[in-house]
Design a protein around this ligand. Structure first.
Ligand SMILES: Nc1nc2c(c(=O)[nH]1)N[C@H]1C(S)=C(S)[C@@H](COP(=O)(O)OP(=O)(O)OC[C@H]3O[C@@H](n4cnc5c(=O)[nH]c(N)nc54)[C@H](O)[C@@H]3O)O[C@H]1N2
Ligand SMILES: Nc1nc2c(c(=O)[nH]1)N[C@H]1C(S)=C(S)[C@@H](COP(=O)(O)OP(=O)(O)OC[C@H]3O[C@@H](n4cnc5c(=O)[nH]c(N)nc54)[C@H](O)[C@@H]3O)O[C@H]1N2
Ligand SMILES: [Mo]
Length: 578
């Protein structure tokens, strides 16, 4: 869901529901029906509806991820270096279901906080920068779905100056917040809307893939079926720090799990109590301590099937009962395997086969996705339990995408709706921003070894034919612009590029070799100055088996590929970085 979700404070909504003697869902339905309550996405420029605080952690939102960089600078930050070049959309092209205000909100945020150890495009704009400890100054875990190992970070030295580990930074914030919030907020109930989630009964809530809109009178508004589920959660604001630093009781009472199976880690919680020590007093009284980062890492390793063979076996046993196929024997040989903090501190450890994933990696076998589905006939988590190439959802039918199809670009230089006037020698090209070969996003590109492999700053890759049309030679300075923004950089002319397309590789920070542009006279810009997000309607399908929301797996992607830019040679080849 989006936050804020409604145009009223969710703490007040929960209290009002209670005072009215209604369930949170019934209360919200009544308020929505009467028109007294609205989803905030229906009127995003209403000051009641936008967020005021943005906390960026382990991301470089304004240098890497944020598609539509200049819109972030204008609408979120109200920065004077924004360079949005577009005019407001004409009335006939504006959305009808979302309120369009004459004055779009500028500078929505009151506070931007970032926790990072580099000076990035995001930290440059932040009001508060919390200095993070680096990988050699703290204890942390690293594991991804791209390699079958779990690693630890181990401190070679203490964090210098005011730097803190991520765990400590959050704990310190939580401590101050809890102290201040104890009296001001106390214990409240918070009303929360959640998506129709994959691997829950909600994924069967839109049968036949038919979307019935209760606003249009096609159905009743029913939380968890025709609209988001509504729940209330107790927030003990004075106990946030105590809760962060102790393992909560729900791991045993509700169990933990993933993808539709769960397990109860009773033994592990007892073991963690002995290994980490127990908390005395407060909300976490008698529970395993998570005060230090190593203790949090130990808890993660103890509670995941990928590092605890007993839990993996339990998960597969639950899965066997669910799907009616023998599966637990896959992990029989790893039943006693346990990877602890001391193990990953000694060396990286190969992870275990776990029902949290889909591949068999027992013994020497390397991970490959879906081998358990293929070899052991474990059903896919789909409508039919099989792989789907055909999708019978109403919206996909409407758009002709029930089977994989080739779709031409939405915008082409010929059809671009708001193409700025092309100047002399300027050429319109399709614009792509694939991942850099010389960095991981904005990381790792500035060390001398990497810098010898490429040209350092931003370059736009052009085909020889397009470069010839604009009179550009390799390494010349060019300007690239469109409705979203403008960027000056060097040209890399290469026969690798097909005619009609240009690349600016993702991602460079806006203060790295980024000169003033000729168009605006302002310094800066990134590859994402020329993009903006276009949401694809079919990505908003939900509540229909595999087409259901799952965190980090399924939801709207930030699609930015259908974009066109104009490129020309800079009139002045001498650039200015001030
Ligand atoms: N136009 C366009 N935009 C894109 C993409 C594209 O292809 N084209 N790709 C998209 C994709 S797939 C992704 S994943 C995103 C990536 O976008 P981001 O995740 O925003 O990119 P990074 O530059 O990796 O930012 C990670 C930040 O975390 C910091 N960091 C690293 N380790 C730690 C740590 O231990 N603690 C703390 N506190 N900080 C740490 C780094 O210094 C860095 O500043 O970009 C997306 N945006
Ligand atoms: N060196 C390096 N490695 C990385 C990363 C990094 O930043 N640097 N980032 C990591 C991360 S977080 C991610 S998500 C992955 C991303 O890795 P990939 O998914 O490989 O992502 P890209 O390089 O952005 O895009 C791949 C190709 O898609 C093409 N393409 C663009 N539009 C279309 C289209 O409409 N149709 C088709 N068929 N192709 C199209 C582009 O030309 C490009 O060659 O890489 C990971 N590995
Ligand atoms: Mo990514």
């Amino acid at each position: 869901m989006t936050y804020p979700t409604f145009d009223r404070n969710p703490l007040d909504l929960a209290a009002e529901a209670e005072a009215a003697g209604l369930s949170a869902g019934d209360y919200v339905v009544g308020e929505l029906r009467s028109g007294r309550l609205r989803f905030s996405v229906e009127d995003p420029d209403d000051p009641a509806n936008f967020p005021r605080l943005l906390f960026v952690w382990r991301a470089n939102l304004l240098g890497s991820s944020g598609k539509g960089h200049e819109y972030f600078l204008r609408h979120l930050l109200g920065s004077d270096v924004e360079a949005v070049l577009a005019e407001e959309t004409p009335p006939e092209l504006r959305p009808r279901d979302v309120v369009w205000r004459d004055e779009a909100a500028v500078g929505k945020l009151d506070l931007l906080v970032t926790l990072d150890f580099r000076m990035t495009s995001t930290t440059q704009f932040a009001d508060v920068i919390l200095p993070a400890a680096t990988w050699y100054e703290k204890s942390d875990l690293s594991c991804t779905d791209l390699h079958p190992y779990v690693h630890s970070f181990n401190a070679a030295i203490d964090p210098p100056w005011e730097a803190r580990s991520d765990w400590d930074a959050f704990a310190d914030l939580a401590q101050v917040f809890s102290r201040l919030a104890k009296d001001r907020l106390g214990v409240r109930r918070d009303l929360v809307a959640t998506a129709l989630a994959h691997d829950t009964p909600a994924e069967a809530s839109q049968p036949w893939g038919e979307v019935r809109d209760w606003r249009a009178g096609e159905a009743e508004p029913a939380p968890g079926t025709t609209m988001p589920a509504i729940a209330t959660v107790e927030r003990d604001y004075g106990a946030i720090h105590e809760k962060q630093t102790s393992l909560g009781p729900l791991v045993e009472s509700l169990g933990i799990g993933a993808k539709g199976v769960s397990w109860r880690p009773d033994e592990e919680v007892a073991w963690l109590g002995a290994a980490n020590g127990l908390v005395r007093g407060g909300a976490g009284d008698g529970r395993p301590s998570l005060e230090r980062a190593e203790q949090a890492a130990e808890a993660i390793l103890a509670l995941s099937g990928a590092t605890n063979g007993r839990l993996s076996h339990e998960g597969f046993a639950a899965l066997e009962r669910r799907v009616g196929r023998p599966l637990a024997d896959v992990v029989e040989g790893e039943r006693d395997a346990r990877i602890r903090w001391s193990d990953v501190t000694a060396r990286p450890q190969k992870t275990l086969t776990s029902p949290e994933w889909s591949g068999d990696e027992a013994g020497d076998r390397q991970y490959s996705a879906f081998t358990i589905n293929v070899e052991r006939l474990k059903p896919w988590h789909t409508l039919t339990g099989r792989m789907h190439f055909f999708l019978d959802h109403q919206w996909l039918a409407e758009l002709g995408e029930q089977l994989p199809v080739w779709r031409p670009p939405l915008n082409t230089p010929e059809r671009y709706p708001q193409m700025p006037e092309l100047g002399e020698g300027a050429v319109a090209l399709r614009y792509l921003t694939p991942h850099s070969k010389w960095s991981i996003h904005t990381d790792y590109q500035e060390n001398p070894m990497m810098l010898t492999l490429f040209r350092g700053g931003t370059v736009v890759w052009l085909s020889p034919a397009d470069a010839a049309r604009m009179g550009v030679a390799d390494n010349d300075w060019v300007e690239a612009w469109n409705r979203n923004g403008v960027l000056d950089c060097r040209a890399c002319v290469s026969p690798r590029m097909p005619e009609g397309v240009c690349y600016i590789y993702h991602a460079k920070d806006r203060h790295v070799s980024q000169p003033r542009t000729e168009k605006t006279g302002k310094q800066g810009g990134t590859h994402n100055s020329l993009t903006r997000v276009l949401l694809k309607p079919t990505h908003m399908i939900g509540g229909y088996a595999q087409l259901s929301y799952a965190i980090n797996y399924y939801g709207c992607t930030g699609s930015q590929r259908d974009e066109v830019v104009v490129v020309r040679r800079r009139a002045d080849q001498k650039v200015d970085y001030r």
